[in-house]
Design a protein around this ligand. Sequence first.
Ligand code: HEC
Length: 188
Amino acid sequence: MDRSKAPEKSKQRPGIGWAVFRRVKPFGAVGAILAFVLWAHFGSGLPVFHPKVVPAPGWQQFRAEYGMDAFGGDGYFIRAAQHGYNLFFFTHEHGSRFTRKTERDEVRSCSGCHTVEDLAYGFVNADRYDERLGRRVSFEERVMRCYAGPMDGFVPTLYDPAVRDLRILARGVAHHLQLGEGARKGGS
Ligand code: HEC
């Protein structure tokens, strides 16, 4: 084998991509990043680049009726609560990663079985001992169980917004109803 030719051959193959990069002025890269950020923010219209939640029908009315603005009209809480609203009333659309329910199913969202008040009572009665399971069950676990069971879907992780934002929605409704820890529906 003639090894003397090998190095010469490799010299003749300069990476074309790198040559282009070397010629672009440093601020070219900065400009490209800036252009991308501006496009992502103002031009793209892609939801992943926007902190705003997709508006679902009835949100503004719900927001007013349940005093959701008590924690501020614009901020993380209200956005999370709005996302929680979407998940609760339109699970098949906004929580589609965690349910097999579709438009065709009669019960296709949490609201098909629960009222949002139930969710708030569930929230203030969470972390209780469950006789059947033989241990304490958190609000988050209840939600995860309902995704897996009645929603015929998959279990989100504890930190997924699909769980967290339902908690925030429940928190907001519980605040509006002035529910104390352990409050039961219908008093007592
Ligand atoms: C097909 C009906 C059905 C659907 C849909 C459903 N659930 Fe449930 N859910 C139940 C039942 C039944 C229980 C009581 C289960 C138990 O005691 O083990 C329950 C219990 C709960 C609880 C515990 C508090 C309570 O009221 O007992 C929470 C919180 C909850 N569900 C949230 C949700 C959320 C969030 C969704 C949507 C992702 C959802 N559920 C969808 C039937 C449903």
